[in-house]
Design a protein around this ligand. Structure first.
Ligand code: PAF
Length: 281
């Protein structure tokens, strides 16, 4: 497995792969790889000839008071895991390679970015869309693989690819959970043992909502209220948002229709976790 650090070398690798007629699968990550990422890589391996994993902690998607500085970084551990998953290349550029002096171009997606994480993390999706567009331009993958855990990110990127007529297929892979239900996330590494236990409140609250809907409760405010009460019962949890929107348009709704997204952002201690479920009314 190769580790490539410059855009020039990455483009050269891509050109050679394309000349050989090989299809390319891209798994964009910020590193600190876990089973969720490895599932994306295995899926990419099944569907494409060559798998490229990008590892880049993207500064433009973090707000000034967020965890950019302390975001976990472990290139050695990541390389071992990616290599075992059959990845051919890790693209690992430095910040000045992706955003050189004078860099001034950003992608803004309206509408669906003005809710959920877009409200609590202003500028986040502008940073995500920009870096993903850059990676797609550099690596020109046939397919790019993302996890459903970042449900809003997926919708934003699908919008971008469709609106800007980008030549790539986005493959969305279901949320990968620990045995007890906690959604896999690089940020789980920040949790103390007690916080790790408390973090289960996210999954349990999603399950509670699913049970309510299964019993016929389709009123958005009532389901949200039960979920909020449930999370508030966990003393280490502080709610950032609990929202239900239509899916995939993310419109405000009073009643859970055919498909609705229940999305949670909850702080456990200092760690902000997100999780979601698609409710089917
Ligand atoms: O989901 C992530 O890890 C990041 O938002 C992504 C897509 C790699 C862009 O930096």
């Amino acid at each position: 497995m190769k580790i490539i650090e410059t855009i020039k070398d990455m483009k050269f690798f891509v050109q050679q792969a394309k000349e050989k007629g090989l299809s390319i699968g891209l798994v964009p990550t910020m590193g600190s790889l876990h089973e969720g990422h490895l599932t994306l890589m295995r899926q990419a391996k099944k569907e494409c000839d060559v798998v490229v994993v990008s590892i880049f902690v993207n500064p433009t998607q973090f707000g000034p008071n967020e965890d950019y500085g302390k975001y976990p970084r472990d290139l050695t551990g990541d390389s071992e895991q990616a290599s075992k998953a059959g990845v051919e290349v890790i693209f690992h550029p430095q910040v000045q390679e992706m955003y050189p002096k004078g860099y001034n171009s950003f992608i803004e997606i309206d509408g669906i970015t003005q809710k959920l994480c877009g409200l609590s993390r202003p500028g986040h999706f502008r940073g995500v869309a920009t870096i993903v567009a850059k990676l797609l331009n550099i690596i020109q993958p046939d397919k790019a693989f993302f996890g459903q855990k970042d449900a809003q990110q997926v919708l934003v990127l699908q919008r971008m690819v469709s609106d800007l007529n980008m030549n790539v297929i986005l493959e969305i892979v279901p949320i990968v959970r620990e045995r007890d239900g906690l959604a896999m996330s690089s940020r789980n590494a920040f949790l103390s043992e007690e916080e790790r236990g408390a973090a289960l409140i996210l999954y349990r609250s999603l399950q509670l909502a699913q049970q309510l809907v299964a019993k016929g409760e389709l009123n958005v405010e009532k389901v949200k209220h039960q979920v909020i009460m449930n999370i508030q019962g966990e003393e280490r949890a502080q709610i950032d948002y609990v929202e239900i929107h239509s899916y995939p348009l993310l419109e405000n709704v009073d009643v859970i229709g055919e498909k609705a997204l229940l999305a949670l952002a909850v702080r456990i201690g200092n760690t902000r976790l997100i999780d979601n479920i698609i409710l089917e009314g």
